[in-house]
Design a protein around this ligand. Structure first.
Ligand SMILES: Cc1ncc(COP(=O)(O)O)c(C=O)c1O
Length: 371
């Protein structure tokens, strides 16, 4: 009997793996009668801050708003320049523009695929206020170096941790390096809700208080807006589900790494180049992305064998219609642009069966030997 098609991600399998605990958590919320900003959100904020080693966590509606609110709470305003990368989900750049700030791109480092810190100083101007690195695919960006540059120029650092829950540099988790950090709990993320969700973490009490006000109409006191805010709250149901999943996160990340090691062992490092996690970092393999110059052929070969693939992403942000030619920074981003011609994401989620991983490894090795 042939195996069913293996997708790139499967939030359904994650639900099925923890069905009993998740159903119990949902029903606990339903019966509590409190559906917005109650004990579950407060509990998740406490537990997630504790997990990361951060002082404060403020849960919000999604990762994009987490980025907007983090930037705002750190004092970034319309017209300020924010240095970031084009190799990211469009949400990173959309968030900067949503608050009226100006994204300025630097290229990436080809090995880590994260911000190339050696290029930052070249684009700093009198209007630069912040640096927004992205821990893409689960690989921590070079935070020590980035924070050193930020300190030298008095800039704010906001980390985009949407793809990197639990990733570390030595023993320090991402999200605890900058002034604030944004997380997304979109269902396919390595800590995923069953719907939208996000949060901001920070060690600053002042920033956390600002965030709590901004996420709820600028209220410090109920029904009284002391500043302009919005509605960006995490639902109680999502918080209860995230508390269940948080308790499995380290185990899930370890399983992702085991699968990644097996894939990396199966490829030839020539026709398929695997991700190389930076030394002294713990990559969480939210996505397993290879570089392959014959990408189309590999994609077709895997598809014929019932193995799904995807592009993260089909185009870099500055190559998309809405952003083309509008973003300041380098004239071209050669490393980013070259990468986008060759990247391919393979199936990666903790519930992949050993037999499925084996099947993928055999297919990868077979394709490599045919090159
Ligand atoms: C790097 C990155 N930043 C930001 C976001 C935005 O998160 P959300 O989809 O929860 O708004 C995502 C996820 O889509 C992401 O991958």
């Amino acid at each position: 009997m042939s195996m069913p098609f293996i997708p790139v991600a499967s939030p359904l399998k994650q639900y099925q793996a923890h069905k009993h605990a998740i159903d119990e958590a949902i029903s606990r919320v339903l019966l509590s009668g409190r559906y917005i900003l109650g004990d579950e959100v407060a509990g998740f904020e406490r537990e997630f801050a504790g997990y990361l080693g951060a002082q404060h966590c403020v849960a919000v509606a999604n990762g994009t708003e987490a980025l907007c609110l983090a930037l705002k709470a750190c004092g970034i305003r319309a017209g300020d320049e924010v240095i970031t990368v084009s190799h990211t989900a469009v949400a990173t750049v959309a968030a900067i523009e949503l608050i009226g700030a100006v994204p300025v791109f630097v290229d990436i480092d080809p090995v880590s695929r994260c911000m190339d810190h050696t290029l930052i100083e070249k684009v700093i101007s009198s209007r630069t206020r912040a640096i927004l690195p992205v821990h893409i695919y689960g690989q921590p960006a070079r935070m020590h170096e980035i924070c050193e540059i930020a300190n030298k120029y008095g800039l704010t650092v906001v980390e985009d941790c949407a793809q990197a829950c639990g990733a570390r540099i030595s023993n320090k988790k991402v999200g605890t390096f900058g002034h604030a950090a944004a997380f997304s709990f979109y269902p396919t993320k390595n800590l995923g809700a069953i719907g939208d969700g996000g949060c901001v973490v920070t060690d600053s009490l002042e920033i956390s208080e600002k965030l709590r006000a901004l996420r709820e109409y600028g209220w410090k006191e109920r029904y009284i807006s002391s500043e302009k805010g919005m509605n960006s709250r995490l639902d109680e149901i999502q918080a209860a589900i995230l508390r269940v999943k948080l308790s499995f996160l380290d185990e899930d990340n370890a399983r992702r790494r085991t699968i990644a090691e097996r894939y990396s062992h199966a490829v030839d490092n020539l026709s398929i180049i695997p991700p190389y996690p930076l030394p002294d970092t713990e990559h969480v393999m939210h996505l397993y992305v290879v570089v392959c110059s014959a990408r189309g052929s590999l994609q077709e070969f895997l598809k014929e064998r019932g193995i799904g693939t995807a592009l993260h992403y089909p185009r870099a942000v500055h190559q998309q219609g809405a952003y083309e030619g509008r973003i300041r920074g380098s004239d071209s981003l050669p490393v980013t642009e070259k990468l986008y011609e060759r990247i391919l994401s393979l199936p990666m989620y903790p519930e992949l069966l050993d037999t499925e991983v084996e099947k993928i490894c055999i297919a990868l090795a077979e394709w490599c030997s045919s090159q």
